[in-house]
Design a protein around this ligand. Structure first.
Ligand SMILES: Cc1ncc(COP(=O)(O)O)c(C=O)c1O
Length: 390
């Protein structure tokens, strides 16, 4: 099922329209933005077709069915049972992150993130005129870890109000352990820092790793956290714009809802409601098969990089479908690194530097594509390397 190559050209896909926006050649393989080249589960497509066949697209609301399917998904996978009243439906996780930051901070107040991380974290803090504080992840003995001392000192020194957690962590492919999460959560509680947990990649915990939803770690954590989730990455529904922000604390929840109401935002559209409910209800088998396929893709890329003596080290892959490639051995400038991948290898990856200064010399590669595409990509990389890395 995941081996099928679907033609996405001309569908308005951002992943495939990149050459226009970024002025890049058209014949490169796009392996960048976190968007999969796979069709969504058949049950989702069926439900959408049925909805379209009905022909009326009037104002819609989330029924009990919608919440039941979400509740069951989280309960079975993470032992966490959210109440419908904790929820605010949002068109995307970053919308929720922005609303949650605005709800509990004033302009100029400090928000802490851990780079290298998904670039909109920094962007949304700047766009809302909050103060950006960066706790750099450390690469120690071949593993990304948290500098907890620096984390706590920065919180105290900068009077941090909110910590924006990325779990699992894009782009370094870490799935934070229960212990790491508890340590961050306890430091946050100790200093009165609220936590916004972006767990959009939660379901992609591969190779036997286990994901813990942050609010599932206890009542104190839950009351101090808003959790952003979405079926979008899991079932490839980004274009339908469906996500949720869960807030157990009634005052934070009210403040988030007020943020939404300032734009008269109530909830997601009819298609997104139907697709999300069907995905969570029927998508398990499809997703299990996808996870196994992605694990094979990770193994394949690692094997090929080794076979061609690429000199690239990849971060141990625990979660997400985004691999983190360390190309620092090549000794290229950021510009030449980007040019090598795009112009010589004809592959479009995200340069690591966009995730923060710790990403210098790295590239992020999206491996959620049919294996045949990754085979071509690795062949192209090998050919480019054979003609010299410069
Ligand atoms: C960590 C993280 N958060 C949020 C998003 C974007 O979510 P949305 O499109 O729902 O705003 C992404 C997309 O790649 C992501 O990796």
């Amino acid at each position: 099922m995941f081996d099928i190559e679907l033609n996405r050209w001309g569908t308005g896909s951002i992943k495939f329209g990149f050459h226009e926006k970024f002025n890049k050649p058209k014949d490169v393989i796009p392996l960048w933005v976190a968007d999969m080249d796979f069709a969504s589960p058949p049950e989702v497509i069926e439900v959408l077709q049925k909805r379209v066949g009905h022909g009326i697209f009037g104002y819609s609301y989330a029924t009990e069915d919608y919440y039941e399917s979400i509740r069951n998904w989280f309960k079975k996978r993470y032992g966490w049972v959210p109440k419908p009243e904790w929820d605010q439906q949002i068109p995307g996780v970053m919308f929720g992150v922005a609303a949650a930051i605005r709800a509990v901070t004033k302009e100029g107040e400090a928000v802490l993130i851990q780079q290298p991380v998904y670039p909109p974290f920094e962007e949304v803090i700047h766009a809302n005129r909050r103060k950006l504080i960066v706790n750099e992840l450390l690469l120690e003995n071949g593993k990304y870890v948290i500098d907890f001392d620096a984390f706590e000192q920065q919180i105290i020194r900068e009077n941090v109000k909110v910590f924006l957690l990325c779990s699992p962590h894009n782009p370094v492919a870490r799935v934070w352990t229960e212990n790491e999460l508890r340590k961050m959560g306890e430091i946050a509680l100790k200093h009165g820092v609220k936590v916004i947990a972006d767990e959009i990649h939660a379901d992609f915990t591969l190779f036997g790793n286990r994901h813990f939803l942050f609010p599932s770690l206890g009542e104190e954590f839950s009351k101090n956290t808003v959790l952003c989730t979405s079926p979008s990455k899991t079932f490839n529904l980004m274009g339908l714009q469906t996500a949720n922000i869960w807030a157990e604390d009634p005052s934070w929840r009210k403040a988030i809802q007020e943020q939404c109401l300032q734009f008269h935002w109530h909830g997601i559209n009819a298609a997104a409601l139907e697709a999300s409910a069907a995905a969570y209800r029927f998508g398990k088998e499809w997703f299990d098969a996808l996870s196994a396929y992605l694990e094979e893709n990770v193994r394949f890329v690692n094997r090929r990089l080794k076979e061609m003596n690429s000199g690239i080290w990849t971060a141990p892959h625990e979660g997400t479908y985004l691999m983190w490639l360390d190309c620092r051995k090549w000794g290229l400038t950021e510009r030449n690194l980007d040019l090598f991948w795009t112009e010589k290898a004809r592959l479009w990856l995200n340069p690591g530097i966009i995730f923060g200064k710790g990403g210098a010399g790295f590239m992020r590669m999206n491996i959620a594509s049919p294996r045949s595409i990754l085979m071509r990509a690795m062949d192209q990389l090998e050919m480019a390397m054979n003609s010299g890395v410069s």
